[in-house]
Every structure is written in structure tokens, then in C-alpha cells.
Write a new protein. Structure first.
Length: 436
């Protein structure tokens, strides 16, 4: 390890740890703002603007299909930035992902609708969504490692690694707040032009994130590997060859977390506003409150994983999620505003029980020289099998069976998959990180 890291006194090391955690969390929050902004507007606007001649159900399916493209692109981003994150450093990869995501999101604000250029608007939207997916696909692994690899204590990695996860509710909060604010400002013109402003404003957030990330040091783990000349020449192929089981299990443990999350935060807009006739701003406000609650529950559950073990806490979250899906739709379908609001607000708690310890659970399963690639690939593969298809599957199930409890059964099936995968996942709680 070079003098920049090895010679740091304890106080300076703690300061660098705080800066790394802050840089990871703020950067991740900005990237998830960009990603969730698209999610929120998809359920409210895109079907009307880019597929206006389709049946409402078909238009919603088409809009969510474009939405799913971002998830299909995430493993591509994981492979690209995983390679560079393990080859040239966590910091450089994270700066590149933030710029890529920010530029794509800003350009969404400028995309002409079907009324202006026909189907080309949807095509451009799809391309930008793909670029978004590549950016966020490379973001997660680097953010988690930037925080976790600065931690000296084996007993606190779950808590420290949960802070980049905090970026998800923060980004969700900011995205829904922006839509809610400009929905009020633009009023009836929200569909015409008001939805574009939150996308345009993302460029300011990106500038802030870049300023913060440029001022941090590389992680001790990477510097040590670099100085010992232990960097892998082809980390992606190496990790696929050496750790296929860990990659597959990392993807499957996320089924119970990933699929329900996008049902609770994206599909709910189409279902509650379109089918239950709940006011748009009511749903936006409820999701905002749910995100605020996650500010507490995610780091809390990361801390609990340090105390009770990653796997044990994660199993509890997967089991609770499987049962909660039925209660969630029962409360939504009650028609009572108070129960609907409560269902949306508490919907992320079962998710957070898993999401808090998830970063450490996955990242600890891979050695340092392959950690960015392995953790990113495993994490982002779940986007293809769970996150991206979830709103599409939920929309299809509701149309096919005419009941939201078919969606609850789908959530239960995802939970059963995660329970099995988590049981097989290695648990390195409290053990030293492997570097080679």
C-alpha cells in the first residue's frame, strides 16, 4: 500500500472513510434520482405521449417495455465498468458512470413525442434508457466498494456498505418530489411539458456529484493490489470462470427484493391511478413518505446484519416480503385512503430488511482483485430476471387473471427463490475481506 494510504494516521483514515461514504451515497443518490425519475414518469406520462394510438393496456405495456430496456442494459454496464473498476480503480469507474447517467437523463428532457416525430420518439427514448441502464449498472459495485474497502473493522462492514444503498430511497424521494413539485407548477400542462423539467435539472445534480467524487482517494484494497501487481488482466472472464456459483446466487437472492420493489414504486402508479382512480399526487406523496422511512430502515438493517449475520437478516426479509404482497394488495383494494396510504408507506420495509445487508452479503463473496466485476455482475443480473420484467409481468398478470392477488402470488414465488438462494449464499460476516 502506498504512502497515501498505508501511512495515514487513524484520524486521517477515519476522515477518508467518511468522505468515501459521503461521496458514494451522494453519487448513488443522484444516479438513482435519474433512474427512478424515468420509472415514475413512465407510469404517468410515457404511454400517452409516445404510444398514443395504442389501447390503454397495450400502451402501458409498451411504455414498461421501454422502461425494462434500462434493466437489460445494467449487466452490460456491470461488465464494462466492472472490468475498469478492477483494472484502473474504483474512483475512475465511478466518475465515468455518473457522467454517462447524467447526460442520458438530461437528454430525455429533449426527446420529441409521437406527435412531433412519430415512433422515432420512442426509439430515441429507448436508446437513452439503455444508456441509463449501462451507467447505473456500473455504479452500484463501485459505490459499495468505495465505502466498504475503506472500513478497517470487520464488525461494521454491513453498516458502512449499507450507506450507498441509502442512495436508493434518497433518489426515489428526490425523483418523486421533483415530479410532485412540477406537477403542481405546471398543472394541466404537466403531460405537455412539466415532466421534462426534472430531467433537465439532473445536469446540476451531476455537476455536484462529480465535484465530490473528484476529491476522494482510491480505496486501500485497490491500492494494495496495484502495488503488489495483483490486478487481474481480464477480471470479468476471470470471475465468471472462478466464481460462477457466487454470481448466480447473488442474482437469485435479489428476486425477493428487486421484483417487489419495482411493483411497489413503479407499477403502483399505473395500478393505483389507472385502475383504482387514486389521485396521482396522493400516490406520489405516499411513495415519498415510504422513501423517507427507508432512510432509517436501510442503515438500521445493515447494522443488524453486523450483529446477527447477513444471511439471517436477509432470510427474515425474504420471508416477510412473500407474505406482505397479499396484505399490500388487500389494503390497496380496500378503497380506503388511509389504508392505501399505509400500504404504500410500509411497502418498502420488507425490502429494506434485505437491502440493508445486501451490499456486504454480495461484495464479501468475491476476492478484492475481482470484487467490482463479480459483485456488479451478480447484482445487475437480477435486473434482467426480476427488476425490469416486474412491472410488465404485474401488468400482464392483472390483465390475464383480473385480480391483483395474481401479482401477490408472483411476489411470493420470487420470495421462495430468494429464500433458497440465500440459504446457499456464503456468509462472511465478521471475517476479514479477501484481497486475492
Amino acid at each position: 500500500m502506498d504512502a497515501r494510504v498505508e501511512g495515514l494516521p487513524e484520524g486521517e483514515h477515519r476522515r477518508q472513510l467518511r468522505r468515501a461514504v459521503i461521496a458514494s451515497t451522494i453519487g448513488t443518490s443522484i444516479e438513482w434520482y435519474d433512474f427512478f425519475l424515468y420509472s415514475t414518469v413512465t407510469g404517468l406520462v410515457f404511454a400517452k405521449l409516445f404510444f398514443p394510438h395504442s389501447d390503454p393496456l397495450v400502451g402501458t405495456l409498451e411504455a414498461f417495455a421501454v422502461y425494462a430496456v434500462g434493466f437489460a442494459a445494467r449487466p452490460v454496464g456491470a461488465a464494462i465498468f466492472g472490468h475498469y473498476g478492477d483494472r484502473i480503480g474504483r474512483k475512475a469507474a465511478l466518475i465515468a458512470t455518473l457522467m454517462l447517467m447524467g447526460i442520458a437523463t438530461f437528454l430525455v428532457a429533449l426527446v420529441p413525442t409521437y406527435a412531433s416525430i412519430g415512433i422515432w420518439g420512442a426509439i430515441i427514448l429507448t436508446i437513452l434508457r439503455f444508456i441509463q441502464g449501462v451507467g447505473v449498472g456500473g455504479e452500484w459495485g463501485g459505490s459499495v466498494l468505495l465505502s466498504m474497502e475503506w472500513a478497517r473493522s470487520n464488525q461494521s462492514r454491513g453498516f458502512i456498505a449499507s450507506w450507498p444503498q441509502f442512495g436508493v430511497p434518497c433518489g426515489l424521494f428526490l425523483a418523486n418530489l421533483a415530479v410532485l413539485a412540477f406537477s403542481h407548477i405546471s398543472g394541466d400542462q404537466f403531460v405537455a411539458w412539466g415532466w421534462r423539467i426534472p430531467f433537465a435539472l439532473s445536469i446540476i445534480l451531476v455537476a455536484i456529484g462529480l465535484y465530490i467524487r473528484l476529491g476522494i482517494l482510491e480505496t486501500p484494497t485497490f491500492v494494495n493490489l496495484q502495488n503488489r501487481e495483483r490486478l487481474e488482466r481480464a477480471p470479468v472472464s476471470a470471475v465468471v470462470s472462478a466464481h460462477p456459483r457466487e454470481i448466480l446466487l447473488s442474482a437469485l437472492v435479489r428476486m425477493a427484493e428487486q421484483a417487489p420493489f419495482y411493483i411497489f414504486t413503479a407499477f403502483v402508479f399505473a395500478y393505483a391511478v389507472g385502475n383504482l382512480k387514486v389521485p396521482r399526487d396522493f400516490v406520489l406523496t405516499a411513495v415519498l413518505v415510504a422513501a423517507v422511512l427507508s432512510f432509517v430502515t436501510i442503515p438500521l438493517c445493515g447494522h443488524l446484519s453486523d450483529r446477527y449475520g447477513r444471511r439471517r437478516v436477509y432470510l427474515v426479509g425474504a420471508a416477510v416480503t412473500g407474505v406482505f404482497g397479499f396484505l399490500y394488495f388487500a389494503m390497496l383494494n380496500s378503497g380506503w385512503p388511509g389504508l392505501i396510504f399505509l400500504a404504500i408507506v410500509v411497502s418498502l420495509i420488507p425490502h429494506d430488511i434485505m437491502y440493508g445487508p445486501q451490499a456486504a452479503l454480495i461484495a464479501e463473496a468475491f476476492p478484492g482483485r475481482l470484487r467490482y466485476s463479480g459483485a456488479s455482475l451478480g447484482y445487475q443480473l437480477a435486473s434482467v430476471i426480476a427488476g425490469g420484467p416486474a412491472p410488465l409481468i404485474a401488468t400482464w398478470l392483472f390483465a390475464r387473471y383480473g385480480t391483483s392477488y395474481a401479482i401477490a402470488a408472483y411476489i411470493l414465488a420470487c420470495s421462495l427463490v430468494s429464500l433458497c438462494a440465500t440459504w446457499l449464499m456464503p456468509d462472511y460476516t465478521g471475517k476479514p475481506l479477501s484481497e486475492s
